[in-house]
Design a protein around this ligand. Structure first.
Ligand code: ATP
Ligand code: MG
Length: 564
């Protein structure tokens, strides 16, 4: 291992790998990411992707992408494609090593024949209920199947006939012959093959027997020469079976290593539950910006860098934990703060008429995209037009302001960011007493928002010239679930009861400065004082832009840390 290949971050997994490299069990590092194509990838998968690809990179090794497509019933081509898009977007490359477990069906079948010939597998005629009954429980040993002692010849014949499609679903299984008294239920003669008369998205109708996960996974790892098969903790009890398969067959023996899966507060992470959210219409689709899917997060304005940083910060552990959503948002905010151009957008507009500004006059200010503290000599700027009628934020005006309110009020002077000082002279209301318009005057000497004398104003407001404004829809998001743990429900309750009815707020008539007409998907903006936004990749149309709020400006994570 060369100097630059020393892992950036050591953890219990890299310690195991270091040992293997030292004691000669392995001379290389080869990992895999093995998604089942039954849904879109979520942030939990991102943790696994970063881990598998990151470790291989750190050790100068390789990572395969392998679709674990052994269950023909729930899998779809749509998912195969989205998964690849998402991994590439996240910044990882499997080069020419794209594999499918289904590519190995023939080889796995041959291995099963070998197990039968070794007397280590048998065809069992028990049905699902009987299998469960014979299996025993955690406290009681199981019972041997009455078919356990079939001859090798009979087993070979029956298994071949299973493959040939002679039997109905559920009538026969191929089982490993291990130990029905094992304290580990996974070793009680586990099923290796079942009959499924189902169409497979790649192998079509070629097969009607399908290998079970544990068997298929161990063999796929071995076939590909995977040295370290990193998976989540729920497979810890399956490792003895994983090892049994490889040992019994005497083939290349990958090392399975388990780590704790990522759980995030205020959301759910299982594909089945995410699918339920889509199917029941709680969200618009898998890539709804509220979803913890990578496609949803990308649409929301998450960057691959932010997600990779997050994966790095949370690290890997053996113990289950729940990571605060606020940490993920904090990392995103940090990343966007560094890259997002600052622009002015009025979310809830209130018209301001500047009485002493000529109605036919227009001027533009050359305004840097980044704050002055960061502005370099070649800092990019844009032209911001100004005219007699502008919009300000409705919440930036109060007719009877409390003492701490420093923004606009009758008779008060404030600064329009980068423009002029204005003073409110008159308030226009409708029949219901609602403020509909403000009349102001401006000080021509304060051009650029500079004080013309020693006069100080406390408030600085963002604004948009009414004549030049672009109308847009803004989508403001909140968490999908109200509780940190959505599964915190009474016995008869359902996690869906904790869904947040206000997770999406739509603003239909926001006013944007004109430069945003050129915004494209993949650009990031800070709408000053409002948050980070990006153009929606699905619903935006020319002349009718839709912007998603990626995240607000308030760092709730920092606040949480202070309060701890
Ligand atoms: P889900 O429960 O969401 O359906 P899964 O484990 O069934 O997830 P797979 O497609 O089988 O999904 O997972 C591919 C890889 O991603 C596996 O190695 C799995 O361990 C890992 N993975 C899945 N969810 C998480 C998570 N929340 N945190 C870390 N790794 C995960
Ligand atoms: Mg799975």
């Amino acid at each position: 291992m060369s100097e630059e290949n020393i892992p950036s971050r050591s953890n219990f997994i890299t310690e195991i790998i270091d040992q293997h490299l030292e004691n000669g069990r392995f001379t290389n590092v080869h990992t895999r990411f093995p998604p089942e194509p039954n849904g879109y990838l979520h942030i939990g998968h991102a943790k696994s992707i970063c881990l598998n690809f990151g470790i291989a990179r750190d050790y100068g090794g390789l990572t395969n992408l392998r679709f674990d497509d052994t269950n023909p019933i729930t899998e779809e081509v749509e998912y195969v494609e989205s998964i690849q898009d998402d991994i590439r977007w996240l910044g990882f490359d499997w080069e020419d090593r794209l594999y499918f477990a289904s590519d190995y069906f023939a080889q796995m079948y041959d291995y099963a024949l070998q197990l039968i010939k070794l007397g280590k597998a048998f065809v069992c005629d028990l049905n699902v209920d009987e299998l469960r009954h014979y299996r025993g429980t955690l406290t009681e040993p199981g019972k041997n199947s009455p078919y356990r002692e079939r001859s090798i010849e009979e087993n070979l014949d029956l298994f071949q006939r299973m493959k040939a499609g002679e039997f109905q679903e559920g009538s026969h299984t191929l089982r490993a012959k291990i130990d029905m008294a094992s304290p580990n239920l996974n070793l009680r003669d586990p099923v290796l093959y079942r009959i499924l008369h189902a169409h497979h998205h790649r192998t079509g109708d070629e097969w009607c027997i399908y290998p079970m996960y544990d068997y298929a996974h161990a063999l796929s790892d071995s076939i590909e020469g995977i040295t370290h098969s990193i998976c989540t903790l729920e497979f810890e009890d399956h490792r003895p079976l994983y090892d049994w398969c490889l040992q019994t067959l005497g083939i290349f023996h990958s090392q399975q290593i388990e780590f704790a899966r990522l759980n995030l507060t205020h959301t759910v992470m299982s594909k089945r539950k995410l699918l339920q959210l889509v199917r029941e219409g709680h969200v618009s689709s898998w890539n709804d910006p509220r979803m913890p899917t990578l496609s949803g997060m990308r649409r929301r304005g998450y960057t691959p860098e932010a997600i990779r940083t997050f994966a790095d910060i949370i690290g890997v552990a053996k113990a289950h934990s729940n990571v605060d959503m606020e940490l993920l948002e904090h990392v995103l905010r940090d990343d966007l703060n560094a890259r997002a151009r600052r622009v002015m957008v009025v979310v809830e507009p209130l018209k301001v008429i500047i009485g002493n500004y000529p109605s036919d006059k227009e001027e533009t200010f050359d305004v840097p995209y980044f704050p002055s503290s960061r502005a370099l000599d070649d800092s990019p700027t844009r032209q911001v037009p100004f005219s007699r009628e502008i919009f300000i934020e409705r919440s930036d005006f109060m007719e009877e302001p409390p003492s701490k309110f420093y923004r606009l009020a009758p008779g008060r002077e404030v600064r329009l960011m980068n423009a002029y000082y204005i003073t409110c002279t008159d308030v226009v209301k409708d029949a219901n007493g609602e403020v509909v318009e403000l009349h102001c005057t401006y000080d021509p000497e304060s051009r650029g928002g500079m004080s013309p004398d020693e006069r100080k104003v406390r408030g600085t407001l963002h604004w948009v010239s009414a004549r030049h404004a672009i109308n847009a829809e803004l989508r403001l998001y909140d968490t999908l679930f109200t509780l940190p743990n959505p599964f915190d429900v009474p016995d008869d309750g359902d996690f869906m009861d904790n869904i947040n009815p206000n997770s999406l707020q739509v603003v239909t008539d926001a006013k944007l400065e004109p430069v945003l007409a050129e915004a494209v998907v993949g650009e990031f903006f800070q709408f000053m004082r409002q948050g980070y936004f990006c153009l929606d990749s699905v619903d935006s149309q020319a002349g009718a832009p839709v912007f998603n709020r990626s995240i607000s400006l308030v760092d709730t994570w920092a606040k949480m840390q202070q309060n701890r």
